[in-house]
Design a protein around this ligand. Structure first.
Ligand SMILES: O=C(CO)[C@@H](O)[C@H](O)COP(=O)(O)O
Length: 223
């Protein structure tokens, strides 16, 4: 599997967002966290910011909807520039309807699980999405510590994808840095979201490269 790095703009300087995004243009994706203050206890950004960023960047936009009613917002986020849209299996929308709405817009659907939700909750959707996101922190805030007890969940999902012969991207999000990148890659994750480790470093572009190399060297070693 290709290793992909998706820097999370939640840790960028919002007053200099475009300049910060340019610094990580060597990454495969740009992770954009959308929080509604209801599904998670924080409010981040919405469609106007994504629309403006779309004009300023040619990166692949990986939009993570941490919102209660993703079905209502798939259209607006797709129209303003998302390339891939992740929603939560725990949200209030019907997963099949959300996946269909994302596909109808010609975008890639992805489904996410919070730490307390078992991997099995997304098994019925694995052949319908392009990516599964395993949250490795409770969603809502950047800068939290990686939850190592999520490693078996990553392994179970990679194993299930292989059993089903699916070329599935498995993304992880929360507490990813040079220490944890090899652990998640070893367990079978190939798409790594990183916020504070990238934007909090002196050289975000170099950190993207280092994270990719660290994950590449460890990918699948555990299995
Ligand atoms: O979705 C979230 C938080 O809910 C993330 O995308 C964070 O932005 C990751 O930040 P770090 O843990 O890498 O600082």
């Amino acid at each position: 599997m290709d290793i992909k790095i998706s820097p999370s703009i939640l840790s960028a300087d919002f007053a200099r967002l475009s300049a910060d995004v340019d610094k990580v243009s060597g990454a495969e994706m740009l992770h954009i966290d959308v929080m509604d203050g209801h599904f998670v206890p924080n409010i981040s950004i919405g469609t106007p910011v994504v629309k403006s960023l779309r004009k300023a960047s040619r990166m692949f936009f990986d939009v993570h909807l941490m919102i209660s009613d993703p079905l209502k917002y798939v259209g607006p986020f797709a129209d303003c520039g998302a390339d891939l849209i992740t929603f939560h299996v725990e949200s209030g929308s019907d997963p099949d309807a959300v996946i269909a709405a994302i596909r109808e817009k010609g975008k890639i659907p992805a489904i996410s699980v919070k730490p307390k939700t078992p991997a099995q909750a997304v098994y019925p959707y694995l052949d319908k999405v392009g990516m599964v996101l395993v949250m490795t922190v409770e969603p809502g805030f950047g800068g939290q510590s990686f939850m190592a007890d999520m490693l078996p969940k990553i392994k179970a999902l990679r194993q299930k994808a292989e059993e089903l012969s699916l070329d599935l991207d498995i993304q992880v999000d929360g507490g990813i840095d040079l220490n944890t990148a090899p652990l998640v890659a070893q367990a079978g994750a190939n798409v790594l979201v990183a916020g504070s480790s990238v934007f909090g470093s002196g050289d975000p572009a170099a950190m993207v490269e280092k994270l990719r190399e660290a994950a590449r060297a460890a990918y699948g070693r555990d299995r």
